[in-house]
Design a protein around this ligand. Structure first.
Ligand code: ATP
Length: 255
């Protein structure tokens, strides 16, 4: 479904005299293959490259070298709009861009050409699934709490029922009940086969207990490189927790 082959991402530094400064590596030699229904948790300490990897897959960043394929078609051959119709990114900072919640949920469906009735049906179906109360629908982002905004950002991605869902710390502001609800709903999306495809999900998540329940694979990034990419059943979760805490402490000491 999605394949990355030896992808590198470097910062592009510019000076007043040249555009050819080398920059420094953000992601190095990233190769991975993703299949329908995969639930991939990405872990790694701050600055390891987790967000950059999601931005690369959503094409908000262009690889410096290497190849990326969606359904065996090279990224360069896919118009960006077509790619983003299949791959939805929920960023850490949810923005509704001045829209009301109702408009924000309807907009991605409108641009995909769904009829007014289909849009209404999808918006009410997903609002109900995520337990979004009717009274929120007329609000704008300044009238929502951080957790409420996060839930709306997730809903806005789910209404589209994308092939690939990229979630950057999607449950960090949610209370435990809502976090579990979101995890369960997303898990169903990856399993239900009534649609022509099962969604594949990448989730950056520091809550390893939830990650352990959720994931089918775990991708561990360190300084822009994949240090492990294993099925969740092969992970020693206790060891991973200790490793991540140790790695984070070492980074903090170096600062
Ligand atoms: N636009 C940019 N220009 C230059 N450097 C960048 C840019 N975006 C990210 N970086 C650098 O790339 C590295 C990876 O950043 P990234 O945001 O992907 O890390 P992360 O693992 O998501 O971190 P966190 O857990 O703190 O969100 C960091 O060293 C960061 O400073």
């Amino acid at each position: 479904m999605l394949r990355l082959e030896q992808v590198n991402l470097f910062t592009r530094l510019k000076s007043q005299t040249t555009n050819n400064l080398p920059g420094y590596p953000i992601l190095q030699d990233i190769s991975l293959e993703v299949f329908p229904g995969d639930r991939i948790t990405i872990v790694g300490h701050n600055g390891a490259g987790k967000t950059s990897l999601l931005r690369l897959i959503n094409r908000l960043a262009e690889p410096t070298s290497g190849k990326m394929y969606l359904e065996n078609q090279e990224y360069q051959q896919i118009p960006v709009i077509a790619l983003r119709q299949q791959i939805m990114l929920v960023q850490q900072e949810a923005k509704l861009l001045g829209m009301t919640v109702r408009e924000a949920l309807a907009y991605p469906l409108f641009v995909r050409g769904l009829s007014k009735q289909e849009i209404q049906e999808r918006v009410s179906y997903w609002s109900e699934q995520l337990q979004i109360p009717d009274e929120w629908l007329g609000r704008t982002e300044v009238q929502l709490s951080a957790g409420q905004r996060q839930l709306i950002a997730i809903a806005r991605a789910l209404v589209v029922q994308p092939k690939i869902l990229l979630l950057d710390e999607p449950i960090s502001a949610l209370d435990p009940g809502k976090a579990t609800l979101v995890i369960n709903i997303i898990t169903q999306l990856t399993e239900v086969s009534s649609r022509p495809f099962k969604t594949a999900v990448f989730m950056v998540n520091h809550q390893l207990d939830l990650a352990q329940e959720f994931s089918t694979r775990l991708l561990h990034l360190q300084q822009g490189q994949i240090v492990s990419n294993l099925p969740a059943t092969e992970i020693n979760w206790e060891e991973l927790k200790t490793n991540l805490i140790t790695a984070q402490n070492q980074v903090d000491e170096n600062w």
